[in-house]
Design a protein around this ligand. Structure first.
Ligand code: 5GP
Length: 193
């Protein structure tokens, strides 16, 4: 088991509805040394890529993307969830269905912060059905930027997102892939990587 799988085994909580709670160390209370280790690990896995920006989605993607951007020495940009139907101004827009909240959000990135010269590494905390990642890919494409790869802290391998994104031909790196989990017993099994 790697460092993140060990931590999920120790502190992750399986909830009904295929939700894994990691809020004691990853997305509510945050273990900064763990986040820094995640940053170093993604930097190692994408060291051969030319990255000019790290792109994520608020809120919980930000904490993961920050140490990654720090390792690469590049800015981090996060897509903002926007409630307004009529989006004003110079922004790229994508529609994202939230896995956890079951609602639709338009997410936006200002055109000032992403353009055709950018080489983007997309980062998020979880991958379930792939909607958040597809929204971020679509924003990068709208900017004419190159997607260099995608990094995920926790992929739920029993949901379709990982397969969809890999089938699109991208390098997708997930630090932990949950193969199965059981809310009744609390057990979590990881895919061998
Ligand atoms: P997707 O768009 O791939 O269906 O879902 C990914 C998004 O939903 C992530 O940005 C993450 O915030 C949230 N998410 C999906 N599954 C889980 C989960 O099991 N636990 C937590 N904490 N968040 C999740």
């Amino acid at each position: 088991m790697n460092f993140l799988e060990e931590r999920i085994t120790k502190d992750g909580i399986v909830k009904p509805g295929n939700v894994l709670k990691v809020d004691s160390f990853l997305n509510h209370q945050m273990d900064i040394s763990l986040l820094n280790e995640i940053g170093r690990e993604f930097h190692r896995r994408f060291a051969h890529k030319h990255v000019t920006k790290v792109l994520t989605i608020e809120a919980s993607g930000i904490a993961i993307a920050y140490p990654v951007a720090n390792e690469f020495g590049v800015p981090m940009v996060f897509a903002k969830k926007s409630k307004s139907i009529n989006i004003e101004g110079d922004v790229y827009v994508a529609e994202v269905v939230s896995f956890t909240h079951k609602n639709k959000n338009q997410v936006i990135v200002s055109k000032k912060f992403l353009d055709a010269d950018d080489h983007v590494l997309i980062i998020d905390d979880f991958l379930a059905n792939g909607c958040a990642l597809q929204g971020l890919i679509s924003i990068a494409e709208s900017a004419g930027a190159t997607v260099e790869g995608l990094g995920i802290a926790v992929e739920k391998g029993f949901q379709i997102g990982g397969r969809v994104i890999r089938n699109l031909g991208y390098q997708l790196e997930s630090l932990a892939i949950v193969e199965s989990m059981d809310a009744a017993t609390g057990t979590i099994h990881f895919r061998e990587q």
